[in-house]
Design a protein around this ligand. Structure first.
Ligand SMILES: NC(=O)c1ccc[n+]([C@@H]2O[C@H](COP(=O)([O-])OP(=O)(O)OC[C@H]3O[C@@H](n4cnc5c(N)ncnc54)[C@H](OP(=O)(O)O)[C@@H]3O)[C@@H](O)[C@H]2O)c1
Length: 288
């Protein structure tokens, strides 16, 4: 297939490029280094020339926090919605949208709401669509995985309140496998949560990362939520991930039923083990 892949240079994107190429697909990459900025691709007409000869589209552009000209509404909602409408006009029927766990009816953050708006647009179109909602993804090269790994490596681990916020992490190779399946699955028009089988607290997740780094368990430094929010007000200027709203999302915790994913993949997602923290999507192909 000829596949237009947005976000091709990102964590998910570059793992997809490797797997799609290995499977014999041809990729048309979209990202700013390829000369296409989402903030300037806001109408279907902007996208139509890019769709010539394209058989399927995967959208994997996203930001975790706003900075400068990188804003949620154009990047998460307006450009993807324009791309999806262009697909409908051009007859590119198979469209996969990488959304995020929590972009549902209960969403409250600008991150989730802007994702959900694009998901809703895609779901309203007569296309062979998939809305894929990964939870926290781990594996080599992920920005959030990297930030958490750096936190985990500290001699004492700072956590919000008691660190009992729930996560349901999923390995990058399971995200890649789900996308690959979505490209050919005949059962389309599905919204699928891509989550691991294990629910783990934030504190335990960081301890697991320490184990992967070969470090002993560390003592926790509980930081009251309101203090963490005050720190994030300043921290966001140094790292867009340190947005107060991201702390609110972490505090909320997101989990989902993993059984629909098991059914879709025909196997359970990978069980966390230390080596997986340092592996990408492709080297674990076929692992279980
Ligand atoms: N990683 C996770 O744990 C996780 C979990 C759930 C959902 N997701 C979602 O999955 C998607 C991809 O995540 P990721 O971890 O791969 O993110 P990432 O590593 O930060 O990659 C983001 C991609 O978006 C592209 N991009 C950013 N701004 C752009 C712009 N203005 N115009 C065109 N392209 C732009 C980047 O390319 P350039 O910077 O080169 O332009 C890059 O290829 C996002 O929508 C994210 O919300 C990720």
């Amino acid at each position: 297939m000829n596949i237009l892949l947005t976000g091709a240079s990102g964590f998910i994107g570059h793992n997809l490029v490797a797997e799609l190429t290995a499977a014999g697909h041809r990729i048309k990459p979209v990202c700013r280094s390829e000369g296409i900025d989402f903030s300037r691709m806001l109408s279907a007409a902007d996208w139509l020339p890019q769709l010539e000869g394209v058989d399927a589209v995967i959208n994997s552009v996203g930001i975790i926090g706003e900075s400068g000209s990188q804003r949620f509404e154009p990047l998460h909602t307006l450009a993807p919605s324009a791309l999806f409408r262009a697909c409908a006009q051009a007859g590119v029927r198979r469209v996969l949208q990488i959304s995020a766990l929590g972009a549902d009816k209960a969403a409250f953050s600008a991150y989730h709401l802007s994702k959900r708006a694009a998901d809703d647009c895609l779901r309203s179109l007569d296309l062979d669509w998939f809305v894929l909602r990964p939870s926290l993804i781990y594996g080599l090269g992920g920005k959030s995985a990297d930030l958490f790994m750096r936190l985990a490596a500290l001699p004492r681990i700072p956590v919000i309140d008691n660190g009992q916020q729930e996560l349901q992490p999923v390995h990058i190779s399971d995200v890649v496998a789900t996308v690959m399946q979505g490209l050919t699955s005949p059962k389309t028009m599905q919204t699928l949560d891509i989550v691991g089988t294990e629910i783990i607290t934030f504190a335990e997740w960081l301890q697991t990362m320490r184990q992967a780094l070969g470090l002993p368990r560390a003592r926790l430094i509980p930081i009251p939520f309101r203090v963490a929010m005050a720190i994030a007000q300043v921290g966001r200027y140094f790292n867009p991930m340190l947005q107060p709203e991201n702390l609110r999302m972490l505090k909320t915790g997101y989990r989902a039923d993993f059984r629909p994913l098991v059914q879709f993949l025909g196997r359970p997602p990978l069980t966390t083990k230390p080596s997986l923290f340092f592996s990408e999507g492709v080297p674990t192909r076929g692992a279980s």
